[in-house]
Design a binder for this molecule. Structure first.
Ligand SMILES: C[S@@+](CC[C@H](N)C(=O)[O-])C[C@H]1O[C@@H](n2cnc3c(N)ncnc32)[C@H](O)[C@@H]1O
Length: 230
């Protein structure tokens, strides 16, 4: 594996290493700001719709911990939420399916971020979290355009920001908190390959998103928000 590719994108990754990596990804979401860059924006939006039937799409869902957290919040506020969690990897989806057993609100779908199998404006809330740096650079505008095409409310795109210093430090931090070799390698590759906030804004403009807004978060994270309508 070269230093800029990720084991998570390798179909030959053994299943036990895949399960461990997805669990560690969920830990990173809870503790290292990965989730906050998404649910920090999604939860207030969902709260404001309390009681209104809502549809959600997460593109590149991994173990679907972000979607499950949003379903939990919708249950608490009495908001009927139907969620679709999509990923391109059958191995990843097999774990997401196990972990979503208690969530009949979530449908898991195999698909590709730059060719989504949904009609236009099919979802109120569309999430594209920590996926863009997995794509070939020339597919990024296409993936943003697809996410936007399927959205009729709020689009939230979150990712790590490119940061060579954090890329150097991540494997050390990973050793301290006990991450496996896959997460230590993939975390460093992500921080090396990710877009900068300016490059994300340019890709969004190329994808035709109107007035996209890029917000920076702690922990080398960024979020792009785009709303349909005023
Ligand atoms: C780092 S994980 C992010 C998981 C989850 N969204 C999160 O933030 O915790 C990236 C996910 O994107 C998926 N992925 C990579 N390329 C994809 C593509 N072209 N279409 C859909 N999913 C893709 C991977 O299989 C992986 O599960």
């Amino acid at each position: 594996m070269d230093r800029d590719s990720e084991y998570l994108d390798d179909p030959a990754l053994p299943v036990d290493a895949l399960a461990r990596t997805l669990r560690e990804q969920a830990w990173v979401n809870r503790r290292l700001g990965g989730g906050a860059a998404t649910w920090g924006h999604a939860l207030p939006w969902l709260r404001a719709r309390s009681g209104v039937p809502t549809t959600l799409l997460e593109i590149g869902c991994g173990g679907a911990d972000l979607t499950r957290r949003l379903v939990d919040a919708a249950r608490r506020s009495g908001t009927p939420l139907h969620a679709v969690a999509l990923d391109s990897s059958p191995g990843v989806l097999a774990y997401a399916r196990q972990w979503c057993r208690a969530y009949p609100e979530i449908t898991l779908v195999r698909g590709n971020a730059w060719a989504l199998p949904f009609p236009p404006a099919a979802f109120d809330l569309v999430l594209l979290p920590t996926v863009l740096h997995h794509l070939p650079p020339d597919a990024v505008p296409a993936a943003l355009a697809e996410a936007w095409r399927c959205c009729r409310g709020l689009l939230i795109v979150a990712d790590v920001c490119r940061c060579p210093v954090a890329a150097w430090a991540f494997p050390l931090l990973g050793c301290l908190v006990g991450f496996g070799a896959v997460t230590r390698h993939d975390g460093r590759a992500s921080l090396r390959r990710a877009l900068t906030p300016a490059a994300l804004a340019r890709a969004a403009a190329q994808a035709g998103l109107p007035a996209p807004q890029v917000v920076r978060h702690a922990g080398c994270r960024m979020t792009l928000l785009a709303r349909v309508g005023p």
